[in-house]
Design a protein. Structure first.
Lengths: 234, 106
């Protein structure tokens, strides 16, 4: 129970950040022609940002099933790497059916917070998923029903919350380790390349992130392999 | 969005997203001992997050200046190990205040 509650507490900033992101998704889904319950159902069953946005755009044209599948696979391939990465931190009891059930909640942010732990138990991970799931669902509901009720200035400010959280995860560790800092710099550099270069920027953002992350991490693994003890001290 | 079409699409969207997460999570039960693979998996969370943040975050608030201010101030507090919630909130407040100042033209 203690582990579960610790997870819930750790999930609060993610839930807050999700409120604003899913609020925007709700607004966009309704303006694309979905009803509020459809928007909420998509959020509750899928729980991903980039994939859902791409998804509703494809859904507005009937019959594009192959396109849907391909776009989701490319946007979401990063989750596979995260799942393998987290599989190394789980406690012995966290296996089998528990992984099949809780694997659903492997979002970027839930993964990021879990990956900072020394080890991840079933209860902690389940607790961690609670607030983000509530935030993602309620935000979608509010966005699809209310539309633009919050002043634009507040919405804009909330949009940075998720990124602030990312910075809070990466910056302290990158300060302690030069090799990590170098790896992070490579990833950011590649990401800028994909964002600004004419042909490369046509790539979906989800796939671009996967490519940047994998290339930078591969480079790091070969140039600065992490010793056993170091990888536990995080 | 009509009935049947919606459900087929939803099944593909939700199903593929779920499987791409759950299959690797359930399949890899053993601890990986290869130092290069371990190192790769150690770096992955950081590289994913940094690639997601830059440069996309600079365009998240509709104003590059306020976004950069929010990230900069957030980074200072992050390095001081202030924790996720605090850093996230401080970034939001910084963006809000910066936008306010920019609009007033002070």
């Amino acid at each position: 129970m203690k582990q579960f509650l610790r997870g819930v507490r750790n999930g609060v900033p993610i839930g807050l950040g999700y409120l604003s992101v899913s609020f925007t998704f709700g607004i966009m889904a309704v303006s694309a022609g979905f009803s509020w319950w459809q928007a909420v159902l998509i959020s509750m069953t899928t729980l991903t940002s980039a994939g859902q946005l791409a998804g509703i755009n494809i859904m507005t044209v009937p019959g594009q099933y192959a396109e849907m599948l391909i776009s989701q696979l490319t946007i979401n391939i990063r989750y596979s790497f995260m799942s393998v990465s987290l599989s190394q931190l789980t406690t012995a009891e966290f296996k089998g059916i528990k992984r099949w059930l809780l694997g659903f909640f492997m979002t970027d942010e839930i993964f990021a917070v879990a990956a900072c732990q020394r080890e991840v138990s079933t209860k902690f991970f389940a607790g961690l998923a609670v607030m983000p799931y509530i935030g993602w669902t309620l935000g979608t509901l509010a966005g699809s029903l209310l539309g633009n009720v919050l002043p634009e200035s507040v919405m804009n400010a909330l949009c940075i919350a998720i990124y602030g959280m990312f910075v809070a995860i990466v910056a302290p560790d990158a300060k302690e380790s030069r090799s990590l800092l170098a790896v992070v710099a490579v990833s950011v550099g590649l990401s800028c390349l994909f964002y600004y270069t004419p042909i490369l920027k046509e790539l979906s953002s989800g796939l671009a992130i996967s490519v940047c992350a994998v290339v930078a991490a591969l480079l790091g693994a070969f140039l600065f392999p992490v010793k056993e003890e170091a990888s536990h001290e995080r | 969005m009509n009935g049947k079409e919606f459900w087929i699409y939803l099944a593909i969207l939700a199903g593929s997203t779920y499987l791409i997460r759950a299959i690797p999570f359930a399949a890899v039960q053993k601890k990986i001992s290869n130092v290069y693979v371990r190192s790769f998996l150690y770096y992955i969370p950081y590289t994913v997050l940094s690639a997601m943040t830059f440069p996309a975050a600079l365009y998240a608030t509709g104003n590059v200046v306020s976004a950069a201010a929010g990230l900069g101030v957030g980074m200072v507090f992050a390095v001081m190990k202030k924790g996720l919630t605090v850093v996230a909130l401080i970034s939001c407040v910084t963006v809000f205040v910066t936008d306010l100042i920019l609009k007033q033209g002070i």
